[in-house]
Design a protein. Structure first.
Length: 137
């Protein structure tokens, strides 16, 4: 794994992302979650890294606890290749019709006791491929 160039925070607690950026010195992209009604951040973000469009959202507005159908529809609307979301606090990874859906889980508030997790998404130098790994603490 190379140098970390970007940290992604998919909510909740948007302000944690601001602190993380300040403390680490690493650029952070973040979206707000259902516990962030007071936070000034965006509810969704579309990034381009290499040949890939990444769609970031917390997921609560798409009902991700019961289905990815509405989130999949939004990803298709945006032409996203990778969707990174949260809300369930459980790690999950699925590729559906060429779109990667990635929930890194939660470092601080996992749904299942002892299942603290995060994900590493590494884009290769060519910009046209990537690897993804979910890591438990």
């Amino acid at each position: 794994m190379g140098d970390i160039k970007l940290l992604i925070h998919t909510g909740d607690y948007y302000e944690d992302a601001l602190i993380l950026s300040k403390v680490s010195g690493i650029k952070v992209k973040a979206v707000t979650g259902n516990c962030d009604s007071y936070a000034p951040g965006p509810v969704e973000e579309l990034l381009k890294i290499g040949d890939f469009r990444l769609y970031l959202t917390h997921g609560h507005l798409f009902g991700v606890k019961s289905s990815l159908a509405r989130l999949y529809q939004r990803a298709e609307e945006l032409g996203a290749h990778i969707v990174i979301y949260g809300h369930t606090h459980m790690p999950y990874q699925e590729k559906r019709n060429g779109i990667l859906f990635l929930n890194p889980g939660s470092i601080t508030w996992p749904r299942l006791p002892g299942q603290h997790s995060f994900a590493v998404l590494e884009f290769h130098k060519s910009g046209s491929s990537y690897t993804v790994e979910t890591c438990e603490l």
